[in-house]
Design a protein. Structure first.
Length: 70
């Protein structure tokens, strides 16, 4: 499965979250670090869902990028 991950740059750190997996978040000082941490968070989150015998949510969020000249 492929999930959309949102990465936001803050003043002093990066944050990441997965809209299809509420509560699945990560924060780090660098973008590469937050990418690794969100990967681990997703794996941990999905394992927890499996252990609780719940259905793993199917990805439903899609993204596109649009470029604008201002």
């Amino acid at each position: 499965m492929k999930y959309t991950i949102i990465i936001e740059k803050g003043p002093h750190s990066y944050g990441a979250y997965v809209p299809d997996l509420p509560g699945c978040v990560a924060v780090a000082e660098t973008e590469s670090e937050v990418k690794q941490l969100i990967r681990e968070a997703i794996e941990f989150h999905l394992e927890g869902i499996k252990l609780s015998s719940k259905k793993i949510p199917k990805p439903r969020i899609k993204t596109i990028e649009m470029e604008f000249t201002i």
